[in-house]
Design a protein around this ligand. Structure first.
Ligand code: NAD
Length: 370
Protein backbone atom coordinates (compact mmCIF):
# COMPACT_ATOMS: atom_id res chain seq x y z
CA UNK A 1 0.00 0.00 0.00
CA UNK A 2 1.23 3.51 -0.80
CA UNK A 3 0.59 6.21 1.76
CA UNK A 4 1.00 9.64 0.16
CA UNK A 5 1.87 12.79 2.11
CA UNK A 6 0.84 16.05 0.45
CA UNK A 7 2.58 19.39 0.35
CA UNK A 8 0.21 21.98 1.80
CA UNK A 9 -0.96 25.13 -0.04
CA UNK A 10 1.13 28.30 -0.18
CA UNK A 11 -0.24 29.88 3.03
CA UNK A 12 0.18 26.73 5.14
CA UNK A 13 3.57 25.87 6.64
CA UNK A 14 2.71 22.68 8.51
CA UNK A 15 3.08 19.18 7.08
CA UNK A 16 0.99 16.17 8.13
CA UNK A 17 4.02 14.02 9.04
CA UNK A 18 7.56 15.01 9.91
CA UNK A 19 10.29 12.43 9.16
CA UNK A 20 10.17 11.10 12.73
CA UNK A 21 6.50 10.11 12.25
CA UNK A 22 7.26 8.68 8.79
CA UNK A 23 9.68 6.24 10.47
CA UNK A 24 6.74 4.81 12.40
CA UNK A 25 4.63 4.57 9.23
CA UNK A 26 7.42 2.67 7.48
CA UNK A 27 7.65 0.24 10.39
CA UNK A 28 4.00 -0.64 9.63
CA UNK A 29 5.12 -2.01 6.26
CA UNK A 30 3.57 0.68 4.11
CA UNK A 31 5.42 2.55 1.34
CA UNK A 32 5.52 6.27 2.04
CA UNK A 33 5.53 8.74 -0.86
CA UNK A 34 6.16 12.33 0.10
CA UNK A 35 5.35 15.19 -2.27
CA UNK A 36 8.45 17.17 -3.20
CA UNK A 37 9.14 20.00 -0.71
CA UNK A 38 6.23 18.91 1.53
CA UNK A 39 8.18 19.48 4.73
CA UNK A 40 10.36 22.41 3.70
CA UNK A 41 8.43 25.10 5.59
CA UNK A 42 8.53 22.91 8.70
CA UNK A 43 12.30 22.54 8.25
CA UNK A 44 12.17 18.91 7.07
CA UNK A 45 14.04 18.48 3.78
CA UNK A 46 13.31 15.96 1.04
CA UNK A 47 16.74 14.44 1.75
CA UNK A 48 15.76 13.81 5.36
CA UNK A 49 12.59 11.96 4.32
CA UNK A 50 14.60 9.98 1.75
CA UNK A 51 17.31 9.09 4.27
CA UNK A 52 14.80 7.18 6.38
CA UNK A 53 13.26 5.30 3.46
CA UNK A 54 10.45 7.50 2.09
CA UNK A 55 10.21 8.25 -1.63
CA UNK A 56 9.93 11.78 -3.00
CA UNK A 57 7.53 12.28 -5.95
CA UNK A 58 5.79 15.14 -7.71
CA UNK A 59 2.23 16.10 -6.75
CA UNK A 60 0.50 14.32 -9.64
CA UNK A 61 2.28 11.07 -8.88
CA UNK A 62 1.48 11.23 -5.17
CA UNK A 63 -2.20 12.00 -5.78
CA UNK A 64 -2.75 9.48 -8.56
CA UNK A 65 -0.84 6.53 -7.02
CA UNK A 66 -1.60 6.68 -3.30
CA UNK A 67 -4.00 4.24 -1.66
CA UNK A 68 -4.17 6.51 1.35
CA UNK A 69 -3.65 10.20 0.64
CA UNK A 70 -3.02 12.42 3.66
CA UNK A 71 -2.69 16.15 4.13
CA UNK A 72 -3.96 18.90 6.41
CA UNK A 73 -5.81 21.41 4.20
CA UNK A 74 -8.41 20.11 1.71
CA UNK A 75 -7.37 19.43 -1.91
CA UNK A 76 -9.34 20.52 -4.98
CA UNK A 77 -12.17 18.59 -6.63
CA UNK A 78 -10.05 18.17 -9.78
CA UNK A 79 -7.30 16.59 -7.72
CA UNK A 80 -9.76 14.34 -5.90
CA UNK A 81 -11.01 13.13 -9.29
CA UNK A 82 -7.48 12.02 -10.22
CA UNK A 83 -7.12 9.79 -7.13
CA UNK A 84 -7.37 6.01 -7.55
CA UNK A 85 -11.05 4.99 -7.48
CA UNK A 86 -10.88 3.23 -4.08
CA UNK A 87 -8.20 5.37 -2.49
CA UNK A 88 -8.90 6.97 0.90
CA UNK A 89 -8.49 10.73 1.48
CA UNK A 90 -7.66 12.19 4.91
CA UNK A 91 -7.28 15.79 5.98
CA UNK A 92 -8.93 18.56 7.92
CA UNK A 93 -11.60 18.82 5.24
CA UNK A 94 -13.87 21.10 7.26
CA UNK A 95 -16.68 18.74 6.32
CA UNK A 96 -19.43 20.47 8.31
CA UNK A 97 -18.73 23.96 6.96
CA UNK A 98 -17.72 23.01 3.41
CA UNK A 99 -20.88 21.33 2.07
CA UNK A 100 -19.74 21.64 -1.57
CA UNK A 101 -16.66 19.49 -0.98
CA UNK A 102 -18.60 17.02 1.16
CA UNK A 103 -21.24 16.73 -1.55
CA UNK A 104 -18.57 16.25 -4.20
CA UNK A 105 -16.93 13.43 -2.22
CA UNK A 106 -20.27 11.69 -1.78
CA UNK A 107 -21.37 12.10 -5.39
CA UNK A 108 -18.04 10.78 -6.63
CA UNK A 109 -18.18 7.59 -4.54
CA UNK A 110 -15.18 8.56 -2.44
CA UNK A 111 -14.01 7.45 0.98
CA UNK A 112 -12.80 10.35 3.11
CA UNK A 113 -11.96 11.11 6.73
CA UNK A 114 -11.96 14.59 8.20
CA UNK A 115 -9.82 15.02 11.29
CA UNK A 116 -11.87 17.81 12.87
CA UNK A 117 -14.68 15.23 13.23
CA UNK A 118 -12.67 13.04 15.66
CA UNK A 119 -15.13 12.52 18.54
CA UNK A 120 -14.20 14.37 21.73
CA UNK A 121 -14.07 11.30 23.93
CA UNK A 122 -11.35 10.24 26.34
CA UNK A 123 -10.19 7.41 24.02
CA UNK A 124 -9.95 9.81 21.08
CA UNK A 125 -8.01 12.49 22.93
CA UNK A 126 -4.65 11.39 21.47
CA UNK A 127 -6.06 11.80 17.94
CA UNK A 128 -7.73 15.18 18.48
CA UNK A 129 -6.11 17.68 16.12
CA UNK A 130 -8.45 20.47 17.26
CA UNK A 131 -7.06 20.18 20.79
CA UNK A 132 -3.43 19.96 19.78
CA UNK A 133 -3.70 22.89 17.37
CA UNK A 134 -5.63 24.90 20.00
CA UNK A 135 -2.69 24.35 22.35
CA UNK A 136 -0.35 25.89 19.77
CA UNK A 137 -2.80 28.71 19.08
CA UNK A 138 -3.34 29.66 22.73
CA UNK A 139 0.40 29.78 23.35
CA UNK A 140 1.21 31.74 20.21
CA UNK A 141 -1.65 34.23 20.79
CA UNK A 142 -0.04 35.34 24.05
CA UNK A 143 3.39 35.73 22.45
CA UNK A 144 1.81 37.77 19.67
CA UNK A 145 0.07 40.02 22.22
CA UNK A 146 3.27 40.41 24.26
CA UNK A 147 5.13 41.38 21.10
CA UNK A 148 2.59 44.06 20.17
CA UNK A 149 2.05 45.45 23.66
CA UNK A 150 4.07 48.59 24.41
CA UNK A 151 4.47 47.38 28.02
CA UNK A 152 6.06 44.52 29.96
CA UNK A 153 3.97 41.53 30.98
CA UNK A 154 5.69 40.94 34.37
CA UNK A 155 6.07 43.23 37.35
CA UNK A 156 9.50 44.85 37.74
CA UNK A 157 11.06 46.70 40.67
CA UNK A 158 14.04 48.47 39.20
CA UNK A 159 16.25 51.46 39.98
CA UNK A 160 14.33 53.19 37.20
CA UNK A 161 11.08 52.70 39.05
CA UNK A 162 8.41 50.04 39.44
CA UNK A 163 6.46 48.50 36.62
CA UNK A 164 3.07 46.99 37.42
CA UNK A 165 2.22 43.69 35.69
CA UNK A 166 0.06 43.78 32.60
CA UNK A 167 -3.52 42.73 32.98
CA UNK A 168 -4.70 40.04 30.56
CA UNK A 169 -8.34 39.05 30.08
CA UNK A 170 -9.03 35.69 28.43
CA UNK A 171 -12.55 35.10 27.12
CA UNK A 172 -13.29 31.38 26.72
CA UNK A 173 -11.30 28.91 28.80
CA UNK A 174 -11.31 25.83 26.55
CA UNK A 175 -8.11 24.26 25.24
CA UNK A 176 -6.74 27.45 23.60
CA UNK A 177 -7.90 29.69 26.47
CA UNK A 178 -6.31 27.53 29.16
CA UNK A 179 -3.03 27.42 27.25
CA UNK A 180 -3.21 31.21 26.86
CA UNK A 181 -3.78 31.59 30.62
CA UNK A 182 -0.81 29.33 31.42
CA UNK A 183 1.46 31.18 28.98
CA UNK A 184 0.43 34.65 30.17
CA UNK A 185 0.94 33.57 33.78
CA UNK A 186 4.42 32.23 32.94
CA UNK A 187 5.23 35.64 31.49
CA UNK A 188 4.16 37.21 34.78
CA UNK A 189 0.89 38.89 33.80
CA UNK A 190 -2.08 39.25 36.06
CA UNK A 191 -4.71 37.09 34.35
CA UNK A 192 -8.51 37.14 34.47
CA UNK A 193 -10.62 34.62 32.56
CA UNK A 194 -14.22 33.97 31.76
CA UNK A 195 -16.20 31.00 30.39
CA UNK A 196 -19.86 30.01 30.31
CA UNK A 197 -19.05 26.48 31.49
CA UNK A 198 -18.75 26.25 35.28
CA UNK A 199 -16.33 23.30 34.82
CA UNK A 200 -13.86 25.79 33.37
CA UNK A 201 -13.78 27.81 36.63
CA UNK A 202 -11.78 25.20 38.54
CA UNK A 203 -9.26 24.89 35.70
CA UNK A 204 -8.86 28.67 35.48
CA UNK A 205 -8.23 28.95 39.23
CA UNK A 206 -5.78 26.03 39.21
CA UNK A 207 -3.66 27.94 36.67
CA UNK A 208 -3.43 30.92 39.00
CA UNK A 209 -5.86 33.18 37.13
CA UNK A 210 -8.96 34.87 38.54
CA UNK A 211 -12.36 33.75 37.28
CA UNK A 212 -14.83 36.42 36.19
CA UNK A 213 -18.30 35.25 37.18
CA UNK A 214 -21.43 36.11 35.22
CA UNK A 215 -24.45 34.36 36.70
CA UNK A 216 -27.11 32.49 34.75
CA UNK A 217 -25.17 30.77 31.95
CA UNK A 218 -27.04 27.95 30.26
CA UNK A 219 -25.29 24.56 30.17
CA UNK A 220 -26.28 21.32 28.51
CA UNK A 221 -24.75 18.04 29.74
CA UNK A 222 -25.51 16.39 26.40
CA UNK A 223 -23.27 18.91 24.57
CA UNK A 224 -20.18 16.75 25.29
CA UNK A 225 -18.36 19.33 27.41
CA UNK A 226 -18.98 22.11 24.86
CA UNK A 227 -20.69 25.44 25.38
CA UNK A 228 -24.22 26.01 24.09
CA UNK A 229 -25.73 29.18 22.69
CA UNK A 230 -26.82 31.64 25.43
CA UNK A 231 -29.96 33.75 25.53
CA UNK A 232 -29.89 37.49 24.76
CA UNK A 233 -30.34 38.52 28.39
CA UNK A 234 -27.30 36.54 29.52
CA UNK A 235 -25.21 37.73 26.58
CA UNK A 236 -26.01 41.35 27.42
CA UNK A 237 -25.02 40.85 31.08
CA UNK A 238 -21.84 39.19 29.90
CA UNK A 239 -21.02 42.05 27.50
CA UNK A 240 -21.55 44.56 30.33
CA UNK A 241 -19.18 42.63 32.63
CA UNK A 242 -16.56 42.38 29.89
CA UNK A 243 -17.02 46.12 29.25
CA UNK A 244 -16.17 46.87 32.91
CA UNK A 245 -13.06 44.63 32.86
CA UNK A 246 -11.90 45.81 29.44
CA UNK A 247 -11.16 49.37 30.56
CA UNK A 248 -8.51 47.97 32.95
CA UNK A 249 -7.10 45.33 30.59
CA UNK A 250 -3.88 45.66 28.59
CA UNK A 251 -4.61 42.54 26.56
CA UNK A 252 -7.81 40.69 25.71
CA UNK A 253 -7.54 37.27 24.08
CA UNK A 254 -10.85 35.90 22.86
CA UNK A 255 -11.32 32.19 22.14
CA UNK A 256 -15.08 31.67 22.57
CA UNK A 257 -16.63 29.28 20.06
CA UNK A 258 -19.79 27.21 19.82
CA UNK A 259 -19.43 24.19 17.51
CA UNK A 260 -21.46 24.62 14.31
CA UNK A 261 -22.52 28.22 15.16
CA UNK A 262 -21.24 31.72 14.61
CA UNK A 263 -18.87 32.75 17.43
CA UNK A 264 -20.61 34.79 20.17
CA UNK A 265 -20.04 38.55 20.12
CA UNK A 266 -18.41 39.42 23.46
CA UNK A 267 -16.46 42.64 22.89
CA UNK A 268 -18.65 45.41 21.50
CA UNK A 269 -17.49 48.54 19.70
CA UNK A 270 -18.27 50.67 22.80
CA UNK A 271 -15.97 48.34 24.80
CA UNK A 272 -13.05 48.79 22.42
CA UNK A 273 -13.54 52.55 22.80
CA UNK A 274 -13.05 52.45 26.60
CA UNK A 275 -9.84 50.44 26.35
CA UNK A 276 -6.46 52.07 27.00
CA UNK A 277 -4.50 53.25 23.95
CA UNK A 278 -1.72 50.71 23.32
CA UNK A 279 -3.80 47.77 24.48
CA UNK A 280 -4.21 44.72 22.28
CA UNK A 281 -7.08 42.39 21.40
CA UNK A 282 -6.29 39.01 19.83
CA UNK A 283 -9.46 37.49 18.39
CA UNK A 284 -8.94 33.76 17.86
CA UNK A 285 -12.54 33.39 16.70
CA UNK A 286 -12.14 35.93 13.87
CA UNK A 287 -12.59 33.36 11.12
CA UNK A 288 -15.87 32.04 12.58
CA UNK A 289 -17.52 35.46 12.92
CA UNK A 290 -15.34 37.04 15.61
CA UNK A 291 -15.76 37.60 19.36
CA UNK A 292 -14.94 41.28 18.85
CA UNK A 293 -17.26 43.47 16.80
CA UNK A 294 -14.35 45.23 15.09
CA UNK A 295 -12.04 42.34 14.27
CA UNK A 296 -11.43 41.27 10.69
CA UNK A 297 -10.12 37.84 9.73
CA UNK A 298 -6.38 37.80 9.01
CA UNK A 299 -6.07 41.56 9.55
CA UNK A 300 -4.86 43.91 12.27
CA UNK A 301 -6.97 47.03 12.68
CA UNK A 302 -6.28 49.97 14.99
CA UNK A 303 -9.07 51.92 16.68
CA UNK A 304 -8.15 54.78 19.07
CA UNK A 305 -4.73 53.19 19.63
CA UNK A 306 -6.18 49.74 20.37
CA UNK A 307 -4.84 47.09 18.02
CA UNK A 308 -7.26 44.28 17.16
CA UNK A 309 -5.73 41.22 15.56
CA UNK A 310 -8.13 38.91 13.73
CA UNK A 311 -6.25 35.67 13.84
CA UNK A 312 -6.54 33.01 11.13
CA UNK A 313 -4.34 29.92 11.16
CA UNK A 314 -1.97 30.60 14.07
CA UNK A 315 -0.84 26.97 14.30
CA UNK A 316 0.90 27.48 10.94
CA UNK A 317 3.12 30.10 12.59
CA UNK A 318 4.79 27.36 14.64
CA UNK A 319 5.15 24.67 11.96
CA UNK A 320 7.69 22.40 13.60
CA UNK A 321 5.93 21.48 16.83
CA UNK A 322 2.49 21.91 15.27
CA UNK A 323 3.44 19.35 12.59
CA UNK A 324 4.95 17.07 15.21
CA UNK A 325 1.69 17.10 17.18
CA UNK A 326 -0.40 16.73 14.03
CA UNK A 327 1.63 13.70 12.94
CA UNK A 328 1.29 12.09 16.36
CA UNK A 329 -2.50 12.61 16.26
CA UNK A 330 -2.57 11.01 12.79
CA UNK A 331 -0.43 8.04 13.86
CA UNK A 332 -2.76 7.34 16.77
CA UNK A 333 -5.74 7.51 14.44
CA UNK A 334 -4.11 5.37 11.74
CA UNK A 335 -3.49 2.61 14.29
CA UNK A 336 -7.25 2.05 14.07
CA UNK A 337 -7.18 1.87 10.29
CA UNK A 338 -3.95 0.26 9.10
CA UNK A 339 -3.64 -3.47 9.77
CA UNK A 340 -0.78 -5.61 8.39
CA UNK A 341 0.24 -2.86 5.99
CA UNK A 342 -3.26 -2.47 4.51
CA UNK A 343 -6.34 -0.30 5.04
CA UNK A 344 -8.93 -2.06 7.14
CA UNK A 345 -11.97 0.08 7.98
CA UNK A 346 -13.94 -1.07 10.98
CA UNK A 347 -17.06 1.10 11.22
CA UNK A 348 -18.05 -0.61 14.47
CA UNK A 349 -15.36 1.57 16.05
CA UNK A 350 -17.00 4.83 17.15
CA UNK A 351 -13.88 6.87 16.33
CA UNK A 352 -13.54 5.47 12.79
CA UNK A 353 -17.26 5.91 12.24
CA UNK A 354 -17.42 9.40 13.75
CA UNK A 355 -14.47 10.71 11.72
CA UNK A 356 -15.54 9.27 8.36
CA UNK A 357 -17.24 11.79 6.07
CA UNK A 358 -18.24 9.13 3.54
CA UNK A 359 -17.37 5.61 2.50
CA UNK A 360 -17.79 4.53 -1.14
CA UNK A 361 -20.01 7.58 -1.63
CA UNK A 362 -22.29 7.08 1.41
CA UNK A 363 -22.26 9.55 4.32
CA UNK A 364 -21.00 7.82 7.47
CA UNK A 365 -20.57 10.22 10.44
CA UNK A 366 -23.93 11.13 11.92
CA UNK A 367 -22.76 14.78 11.89
CA UNK A 368 -22.78 14.85 8.06
CA UNK A 369 -26.18 16.16 7.00
CA UNK A 370 -26.32 16.29 3.20
P1 NAD B 1 -14.23 25.56 21.67
O1 NAD B 1 -13.05 25.90 20.83
O2 NAD B 1 -15.46 25.05 21.01
O3 NAD B 1 -14.64 26.87 22.54
C1 NAD B 1 -13.69 27.60 23.30
C2 NAD B 1 -14.27 27.99 24.64
O4 NAD B 1 -15.23 29.04 24.44
C3 NAD B 1 -15.00 26.88 25.39
O5 NAD B 1 -14.41 26.69 26.64
C4 NAD B 1 -16.43 27.41 25.50
O6 NAD B 1 -17.07 27.01 26.71
C5 NAD B 1 -16.20 28.92 25.46
N1 NAD B 1 -17.39 29.72 25.16
C6 NAD B 1 -18.39 29.51 24.28
N2 NAD B 1 -19.31 30.50 24.32
C7 NAD B 1 -18.86 31.40 25.24
C8 NAD B 1 -19.33 32.66 25.72
N3 NAD B 1 -20.47 33.20 25.30
N4 NAD B 1 -18.58 33.28 26.65
C9 NAD B 1 -17.42 32.76 27.10
N5 NAD B 1 -16.93 31.58 26.70
C10 NAD B 1 -17.63 30.91 25.78
O7 NAD B 1 -13.88 24.54 22.79
P2 NAD B 1 -12.60 23.64 23.04
O8 NAD B 1 -11.51 24.44 23.62
O9 NAD B 1 -12.27 22.88 21.79
O10 NAD B 1 -13.15 22.59 24.11
C11 NAD B 1 -14.10 22.92 25.10
C12 NAD B 1 -14.17 21.75 26.08
O11 NAD B 1 -14.39 20.50 25.36
C13 NAD B 1 -12.88 21.47 26.85
O12 NAD B 1 -12.62 22.30 27.89
C14 NAD B 1 -13.12 20.03 27.26
O13 NAD B 1 -13.97 19.96 28.37
C15 NAD B 1 -13.79 19.44 26.08
N6 NAD B 1 -12.82 18.71 25.23
C16 NAD B 1 -12.77 17.36 25.34
C17 NAD B 1 -11.85 16.65 24.57
C18 NAD B 1 -11.77 15.16 24.65
O14 NAD B 1 -12.27 14.61 25.61
N7 NAD B 1 -11.19 14.52 23.66
C19 NAD B 1 -10.99 17.32 23.71
C20 NAD B 1 -11.07 18.72 23.64
C21 NAD B 1 -11.98 19.39 24.39
Amino acid sequence: MILGILKEPQDESRVAFLPEAVKTLLSWKVSVWVEKDAGSKAFASDELYQSIGAEIHNRNEVISQSDLLIGIQPISEVEISSMKPRAVLMGQLNALYNPELTKYLIENNRTAFSMELVPRTTRAQAMDVLSSMATVTGYKAVLMAADLLPRFFPMFMTAAGSITPSRVLILGAGVAGLQAIATARRLGASVFAFDVRQAAKEEVLSLGAKFVDVEGAKEDKSAGGYAVEQNEEFLQRQKDTIHEHASKADVIITTAQIPGRKAPLLVEERTVKVMKPGSVIIDLAASSGGNCALSQPDKTVEINGVRIVGVGNLAAKMPQDASKMYGKNYLNFLKLIIKDGNINLNFEDDIVQGTCVCHDGKPVSSRIQI
